[in-house]
Design a protein around this ligand. Structure first.
Ligand SMILES: [Zn+2]
Length: 314
């Protein structure tokens, strides 16, 4: 509430620059040099970033050009710490992304600032000082194993997505972990929701990090709860609301080129290796890629990979 219109304009400009990934130096200089920053020349913007993240051509904005008359800072809780040079540009830009620019405690406007003792920009309430941390999300999922009653072939359950992203492509049943549930409960719930399948969770199977999009995948192995010799595999699953089709694939028939997510592609590849060797491992690794790179693209790689043999028998 107390910030002047000029300061608000300044904050807006910084937010726009941050969204464009080019503002760390500008932000730091503004934060550290205080009043002298008001005389800093700022290169003309060739595009503006709207609050929703879309860019618009120069000249279509009604917002005034950058013309600060006083420093951005005025909040006693905030230090003038410069941003860490070790953090990548993408992770830096993630740390203050929220769906709202207003404080979830008091409703006042927030600013993007580096809090005292911190090393990266966060959304900080201009009124009550609450720091709004944004942390990675956990995706939980299940690799449902099955043995075909007729052929004895080992199979896995895949879902063809009915929604974007990656509509029409195949994935393991998986989704964001909900508050109040464990990762294994979440994996079973996602399998129920996306494939109408009740599963018993057998063991953790893979843990993959994707820092570029701030996600961690936790995948469990599971089996159908009600599988029996008298019941065909196809009666054990059916498409949920977000799924076009569910299908048990023999391992050698898994459509690796039509998989929705790089993480799922890695898990299915590791699973095929395990089955070939006749031994499970627990798989950990970091998927390195740019945000938006498709799983069918060669432009992602699995780094820092560790496969730990487990006691479980195939
Ligand atoms: Zn607040």
């Amino acid at each position: 509430g107390r910030a002047s219109a000029a300061a608000r304009r300044c904050v807006g400009l910084i937010e726009g620059l941050m969204a464009e990934g080019r503002a760390t130096a500008t932000l730091s200089s503004l934060l550290t040099s205080g009043r002298s920053a008001t005389k800093t020349a700022v290169a003309p913007l060739t595009r503006r970033t709207t609050p929703c993240g879309a860019t618009r051509p120069r000249g279509t904005s009604s917002r005034p050009r950058f013309a600060p008359t006083r420093p951005v800072l005025g909040h006693r809780h905030l230090s003038t710490t410069t941003t860490s040079s070790s953090a990548s540009a993408s992770s830096m830009s993630e740390t203050h992304k929220t769906s709202t620019h207003f404080c979830d405690a008091c409703g006042s406007e927030t600013s993007v600032l580096v809090p005292e003792g911190d090393n990266r920009p966060r959304r900080v309430c201009q009124n009550c000082g609450k720091v709004h941390y944004v942390n990675p999300k956990v995706v939980v999922g299940c690799l449902v194993e099955h043995t075909c009653e007729e052929t004895g072939a080992r199979q896995v359950l895949l879902c063809r997505r009915a929604i974007d992203p990656c509509r029409g492509l195949w994935t393991l049943p998986a989704g964001f972990q909900e508050c109040g549930e464990s990762t294994s409960e979440g994996a079973a719930r996602e399998t129920r929701e996306e494939a109408n399948a009740e599963v018993s969770i057998a063991a953790p199977y893979a843990h993959l990090d994707i820092p570029a999009i701030s996600q961690t995948y936790v995948i469990f192995r599971g089996t159908f709860k009600h599988a029996s010799a008298s019941r065909s595999g196809s009666s054990l699953h059916s498409p949920g609301q977000e799924t076009l089709e569910t299908k048990l694939f023999d391992l050698e028939k898994v459509p690796h080129e039509e998989i929705a997510f790089s993480s799922v592609r890695v898990v299915l590849g590791k699973y095929a290796e395990d089955v070939r060797r006749g031994r499970y491992s627990f798989h950990h690794g970091v998927i390195e890629k740019e945000a938006g790179v498709a799983a069918s693209s060669p432009r992602f790689k699995l780094a820092q990979y560790t496969g730990l043999p487990t006691e479980h028998k195939l």
